[in-house]
Write a protein that binds this ligand. Structure first.
Ligand code: PLP
Length: 384
């Protein structure tokens, strides 16, 4: 039922691509731990057309159908990581001499892939504030093939107008890719707003339990999907069946978790705003956030990611990060447990000295689904 939009989001999260196993009746999709599939005579593939698990595996297919359904796309492809998905997307859509427009507040790994790998291959890129549509339009060149946007961004929670970017991309004859990792398909539907491709690090909210690394590309464009599938099969960065199953299981509760993440983030934001050592809070749910109106238009709620700056610069920020008890100091985000990190020294260290460098006094929270009051107590204790 991946294309069946009669059903609500929560229903599709549990059922899309996940019919009971026809042979045994198993209600939960089995983990097809197999590398290869028996053929009835050479080329005689059985139901589903499976031949080799790099090319296709039934557990992975279930995940891909579920993800496509949740994003409102026709096709979904799962990858070994978000970066593997980004790599396949960028290499499928560009050739040497082509140009990419990237948000100036992008995930450090995406920046590194473009800056340190794809430039060697002859791809050019320009970092732009994608919240500024005029600046984005001005950055378009005749060879621009891709506009790559995160919204909300990592780590400054900036907001880009997806429908506006889709018009800029269409005028430029370029593709718009939205990294929907922070918002998730529950909070935001980029394909419905005109994006060509949605990218996920399923490591984050879709998996939701910090126990798996994975990625995904979702599109309704058959030709693009074929190109992605070709390169994924040629290069091989596929998730194994157990990893696929973990993401599939995590995604079933996405809606419930995102509501709770958003509730807890709102409580944490309120507490941070009232603290004298907090100099700035970044959260798109705040009416004073410059992207608030756009966020309110294109998001269901504002999510579980919060960043804030503390008085006393980097040293003070590092002290706070080391002093929480419930917020675990660690990279990543989107799991049920709360995490704290210092982007400048951790997730975004690769942006140092570049236009994407992040403020030294910044801390990023992935607000989990614990008791919200406990989370506030923990943060206030660490801030002292
Ligand atoms: N996109 C965003 C917004 C991310 O935060 C991350 C990882 O942190 C990625 C992509 C890359 O995903 P992965 O770590 O699964 O390779």
């Amino acid at each position: 039922m991946s294309e069946d939009t009669r059903w609500g989001f929560e229903t599709r999260a549990i059922h899309a691509g996940q019919e009971p196993d026809p042979r045994t009746g198993s209600v939960i999709v089995p983990i097809y731990a197999t590398s290869t599939f028996a053929q009835d005579g050479v080329g005689g593939l059985r139901e589903g057309g499976y031949e080799y698990s790099r090319t296709g595996n039934p557990t992975r297919t279930a995940l891909e159908e579920a993800l496509a359904s949740l994003e409102g796309g026709r096709y979904g492809l799962a990858f070994a990581s978000g970066m593997a998905a980004s790599d396949v997307a960028l290499r499928s859509m560009t050739r040497p001499g082509d140009h990419v427009i990237l948000g100036n507040d992008a995930y450090g790994g995406t920046f590194r892939l473009l800056d340190k790998v794809l430039t060697l291959w002859g791809v050019e890129y320009t970092p732009v504030d994608l919240a500024d549509l005029a600046a984005t339009r001005a950055a378009v060149r005749p060879n621009t093939k891709v506009i790559w946007a995160e919204t909300p961004t990592n780590p400054l929670l900036g907001i880009a107008d997806i429908a506006g970017l889709a018009s800029v991309a269409a005028e430029a004859g370029a593709r718009l890719v939205i990294d929907n990792t922070f918002a998730t398909p529950y909070l935001q539907s980029p394909l419905g707003l005109g994006a060509d491709v949605v990218l996920h690090s399923t490591t984050k909210y879709l998996g939701g339990h910090s126990d798996v690394v994975g990625g995904a590309l979702i599109t309704s464009d058959e030709e693009l999907n074929d190109q992605f599938a070709f390169l994924r099969n040629a290069a091989g960065a596929v998730p194994g069946p157990f990893d696929s199953w973990l993401v599939l299981r995590g995604a079933k509760t996405l809606a419930l978790r995102m509501e709770r993440h958003s509730d807890n983030a709102e409580r944490v934001v309120e507490a941070l705003l009232g603290h004298e050592r907090v100099t700035r809070v970044y959260y798109p749910g705040l009416t004073e956030h410059p992207g608030h109106e756009t966020a309110a238009k294109q998001m269901r709620r504002f999510g579980g990611m919060v960043s804030f700056a503390v008085e006393g610069g980097e040293e003070a920020a590092l002290r706070v990060a080391a002093s929480t008890k419930l917020f675990t100091l660690g990279e990543s985000l989107g799991g049920i447990e709360s995490l704290i990190e210092h982007p400048g020294r951790m997730t975004h260290a690769s942006t140092e000295g570049s236009p994407l460098q992040v403020p030294a006094d910044l801390l990023r929270l992935s607000v989990g689904i614990e008791d919200g009051a406990d989370l506030v107590t923990d943060l206030l204790g660490a801030l002292g």
